[in-house]
Design a protein around this ligand. Structure first.
Ligand SMILES: Cc1cc2nc3c(=O)[nH]c(=O)nc-3n(C[C@H](O)[C@H](O)[C@H](O)COP(=O)(O)OP(=O)(O)OC[C@H]3O[C@@H](n4cnc5c(N)ncnc54)[C@H](O)[C@@H]3O)c2cc1C
Length: 407
């Protein structure tokens, strides 16, 4: 009878044998390895890029919006909105804040529960590397993976550019497709398919919207104009800043709604958020009947936008000349300004990838594959995508922690 082949022996002479190998040294991968290392597991993190945590470094304008104190499952998009609940409940923003505090990293809340480093994103990467070192996790950059073989008795053997590696548990933490210049690759999806997992269609999220033809021509010379709006699409609304760009629309409110918008969907912008537009117009008519609409609007909206609205969508007259029905129509334009977007700026500028490894094939408690024991998927490669505001890192920490607790 032949002896069972172990992962270590299958890797051959001179192999590197590990309890856990994590592919992807980003937020989720590092957290997973640190958690596994703290349990006494021998963990190795490999990454094909030249340095770890590139997205952490570039995040939050260089200050890393590392979590959101208001995190709940409601801020995540997924074909299964329940999937993220377990991991998020077991590793919370307070847990990550405690870690940040224990490293003496100063932080502040910017708005809406969003926590940023006072100094630099580099402090978060340094913290993760220090934590990894403290529990003897090894991290190897410049390491690409080719063939991955699963052994019948359990375990995996990987052919990599730094030799053959063997492990009991293999964690896929390769992230999404956004910003290919930062090391993003479709490797995690390809691997998931190779192991029989479904991958839901991916698309760019948290991304500026583009306009074309007359829709763009009407506003592109207003590039640089910014204002508070509320963006509405398919029953979802976000109130925040919007920026007009020379290709279309950007700013936090637009990035947020972009994750819900698909080509052909109706998108409407409330240019007077928090205000009853009709009541406001009626008040203006009553108090300043001689003032022209464009003057009144310019006092509430950026002047160039107010003027453009009156050139293209509205007709500017002294306020007293409008009938109640006309005031009603103006209120509709101001509170539900229709925007016809043609697309998004795509992977080059998207902050996240929507879709990904289908959660139906993964345990929400452990992030382990339901069909391939020892194989885990964490972070952005999974079909769980957060809103803008620190929610994506919180998912990376939480899902990494969930897997690292058992891998
Ligand atoms: C510009 C920008 C700003 C952002 N700002 C924020 C923010 O402030 N707050 C927030 O919550 N979220 C932010 N995000 C989103 C956040 O960065 C991601 O959701 C998060 O990094 C996902 O973590 P991850 O570990 O799953 O993947 P990543 O952090 O993307 O890590 C994946 C790692 O896998 C490696 N990899 C990929 N393919 C391979 C391969 N074939 N072999 C080996 N290694 C591979 C990559 O090099 C990378 O190091 C931002 C994103 C961008 C693009």
């Amino acid at each position: 009878m032949s002896r069972p082949e172990t992962a270590a022996r299958a890797a051959g002479a001179g192999h590197d044998d590990w309890d856990v190998i994590v592919i992807g040294a980003g937020a989720a991968g590092l957290m997973c390895a640190i958690t596994a290392g703290a349990r006494g597991r021998r963990a190795l993190v490999i990454d094909h890029a030249n340095k770890v945590g590139k997205k952490i470094l570039m995040s939050g304008g260089g200050r890393c919006n590392f979590t959101n104190t208001g995190t709940t499952p409601a801020q995540y998009l997924s074909a299964n909105p329940h999937f993220c609940k377990s991991a998020l409940a077991r590793y919370t923003p307070a847990d990550f804040i405690a870690l940040v505090d224990s490293h003496g990293i100063a932080w502040h809340e910017k708005e809406l529960g969003q926590l940023f480093c006072d100094g630099s994103s580099k402090q978060i990467v340094r913290m993760l590397l220090d934590e990894a070192e403290a529990v003897e996790v090894q991290v190897r950059t410049h390491c690409s993976v080719g063939d991955i073989r699963r052994l019948e008795q359990g375990g995996f053997v990987l052919a990599t550019t730094s030799g053959r590696l063997a492990c009991e548990s293999l964690v896929i933490a390769t992230g999404g497709l956004s910003i290919p210049s930062m090391g993003a690759s479709g490797f995690g999806y390809e691997l998931a398919r190779r192991f029989g997992h479904e991958v839901l269609p991916t698309r760019a999220g948290l991304v500026p919207l583009t306009l074309s033809g007359k829709h763009l021509e009407r506003i592109n010379d207003l590039s640089g104009v910014a204002l508070d709006i509320s963006a509405h699409c398919k029953g979802v609304a976000f109130r925040n800043r919007m920026l007009i760009t020379h290709r279309g629309l950007s700013g936090p409110a637009i990035l947020q709604i972009s994750s819900y918008w698909r080509p052909g969907d109706e998108l409407r912008l409330d240019l007077l958020p928090g205000e009853d537009a009709l009541a406001w117009l009626q008040r203006q008519q009553h108090e300043r009947g001689a003032a022209e609409l464009k003057t009144v609007l310019s006092e509430h909206l950026p002047r160039r936008l107010a003027q453009r609205l009156c050139e293209v969508w509205l007709e500017s007259r002294p306020m007293r000349q409008y009938t109640p029905a006309q005031l009603h129509d103006i209120a509709t334009v101001l509170s539900a300004w229709p925007v016809v977007a043609s697309g998004t700026e795509g992977w080059r500028t998207a902050e996240v990838t929507l879709g990904g490894v289908d959660t139906r094939g993964i345990s929400s408690k452990t992030m382990m594959s339901n069909t391939v024991p020892g194989l885990f998927f964490i972070g952005e490669v999974v079909d769980v995508t957060g809103w803008l505001g620190g929610y994506n890192f919180q998912w990376a920490w939480a899902s990494g922690h969930a897997a690292g607790s058992v891998a």
